[in-house]
Design a protein around this ligand. Structure first.
Ligand code: MG
Length: 252
């Protein structure tokens, strides 16, 4: 069921979005060679505590998972597409890392991710990051009342260079009353198809793009998804409110 948010929920989402954006910006700012993904998670937890918000992913148990997610931050390095668990891994020059996190702010949920370079990265990775971020932007442009989720997916798909892969088994989603709601927001699609977008809907748009295969494989930890061919992947995400006047990015 697609939930149209109440005025009170929208008001809180509008205040919570910038809080989440600030937290993720601060975490991204400390990414550099020598830092571990555990340290990034610790910083995320302390910033959330300071802001008086609750981590949305810590203790969250997705369908099919045999244990709850153990961290506040999701850290997916290089060939890891999404759902990487922070650990003692030390980031190296030339790595890329997706930082994905969500909060419960006064009872409403927001979701946001960026992929950032670790020191100087190669030209192909730079292109991957900028193409994925640009695809998120054109996806957001299609998030108009009267459009559909297919319009968003079509825009994203059209913006991605053919040499890159679009992960199709994962998608964006509704968000707000919980961290994952209807509808699915795929990163490919046909104009006019899928769920109709209406004012008051809140969706997370999140292209997951690879330098190779579109297929992902689950690691033994039960969470981390890597590309089947171990090519590198990027992931950017914003929580977006559909309004009469157009898309409103909440997490900025
Ligand atoms: Mg998400």
């Amino acid at each position: 069921m697609i939930i149209i948010k109440t005025d009170s929920e929208i008001e809180r989402l509008r205040r919570g979005g910038p809080v989440l954006a600030r937290i993720l910006r601060e975490v991204a700012a400390v990414v550099r060679p020598g830092v571990t993904t555990d340290e990034l998670d610790k910083l995320t937890r302390s910033l959330m505590e300071k802001e008086g918000v609750t981590p949305a992913f810590l203790g969250y148990r997705p369908d099919g998972a045999d244990r709850p997610y153990p961290a506040a931050l999701i850290t997916s390095v290089n060939e890891e597409v999404v759902h990487g668990i922070p650990n003692s891994r030390i980031l190296k020059v030339g790595d890329i890392i997706s930082l994905d996190t969500g909060i419960n702010f006064e009872g409403v949920y927001l979701d946001h991710a960026v992929t950032v370079p670790v020191g100087e990265i190669g030209a192909k990775d730079k292109e991957l990051l900028s193409a994925t971020e640009a695809a998120l932007e054109v996806g957001i442009e299609a998030a108009q009342a009267g459009n559909t989720t297919g319009d968003i997916g079509h825009n994203i798909q059209s913006a991605i260079p053919k040499k890159f892969g679009i992960v199709r088994t994962l998608s964006g989603h509704g968000v707000g009353r919980t961290i994952h709601e209807d509808p699915y927001v795929p990163n490919y699609g046909k104009p006019g198809k899928g769920a109709a977008l209406k004012p008051g809907m809140v969706i997370a748009i999140e292209p997951m793009i690879t330098r190779g295969s579109e297929e992902v494989v689950l690691l033994d930890d039960g969470y981390t998804l890597v590309t089947e061919d171990r090519s590198r992947a990027a992931h950017f995400e914003h929580t977006v409110l559909i309004t009469e006047k157009g898309p409103e990015v909440l997490t900025k």
